[in-house]
Design a protein around this ligand. Sequence first.
Ligand SMILES: [Fe+2]
Length: 414
Amino acid sequence: MKVLTKVHRFFIINKKMSFFNSKVASVCFILFQLFAFPTASEAMAGEFEFLSGPNLQLVSRQSVHVTWAVNGSATSWVEYGPDRDHNQIARRSEHGLFDANRPVQKAVIDGLKPGTDYFYRTVSVEIKEYGPYQIEYGDTLYSDTYRFSTAPEETEPFSFLAFNDVHNRPEFIGDVFAREENVDFAAYLGDIMGHIDGRQDIIDYILEPSSRHFAAEVPFFYVRGNHEARGAGARKLIDYIATPDGSFYYTFEYGSVFFIVLDTGEDKPDTNQYYFGLADFDAYRAKQGEWLQKVVESEAFQQAGFRVVLSHWPILLRDVVARDDIHRHGRENTQQHFARPLHDNGVDLQLAGHTHRHEVIVPEEGVSRIYTVVGGGHTGQPGSTYTRVNYREGSLHVLLKSTDGELIEEILIH
Ligand SMILES: [Fe+2]
């Protein structure tokens, strides 16, 4: 069971260091830190802090991404290993430079074994001053030690939870994780935030609550919703979300299931007055549709045991939700570009949200060939739901539940 019940504790330590067996440059840096800068007792406590605990994302059989935030300029890494000694390090470097001075702290742990448990903690070193020939380091922060598992080999059973339309009310997720056992990962299906003013929103509504409720030990995958394309900080979101190539549409495999994550974009036409000439979603969805066609032709998709689509709103052959013309545009446009690749190629299950009304759509001629579960509610409001999916060899058991844990509807797909 991977439920997190403990409260995060963070430390400021400068004296105690682990022994690393890789990344010589980082070891030199740490030794330099030990002798050059004041100890915790000498430093002013409380100045440099974690703004979130670690968030595991985009786990695979060999790797996992770790993302967290601090309240100042820093350089960071992850210490990990098969036991609590976590004597290896993962540190992100780009163009010959280790990460520093970035708004988000990240590391990718790779070279791991499938279906295996590992321990890790995050480390951030404050940069008090960054000059061209002089850098002054400050305190060093260590997170608690946490445990995670890599994605299993094919045929191994697993379970995941999907959350939609959280709209800045993430607190219920802690209750869900306290109740649901043996959850291997989570999927956020979009509109987790109502809009994004900037970095602080992403920390307050994704990184901090996710880490506190589950994501320090249970990884998540992120699907963007239409509300997350809104606000001056919308363009920053991708810096905090781990995807294979920095795009909001991507694929991943977990056990013998092949997942497609789609970005359905904004709901209204690009010319809508509220986008003020800054929306370009029709072209984006057309390009994504071409990518999707290649995905469904791929061997990995065709050989998979099951194929599951995660998207903010459902992609149907005929859209049965009747709203005004303005709100229908995005759904009709995704239907135009995404529906045939998905419905003609054996997708087994689709999980979505957006409508704030829960709904289970079973295959019906002309409407859908895919079992589709739409999560309901605007979290915290009546009708709010989450979905649990259990993969066991040969079947997907899908349970749509109220946020209180009451079973609303279930389907079993063989
Ligand atoms: Fe939405």
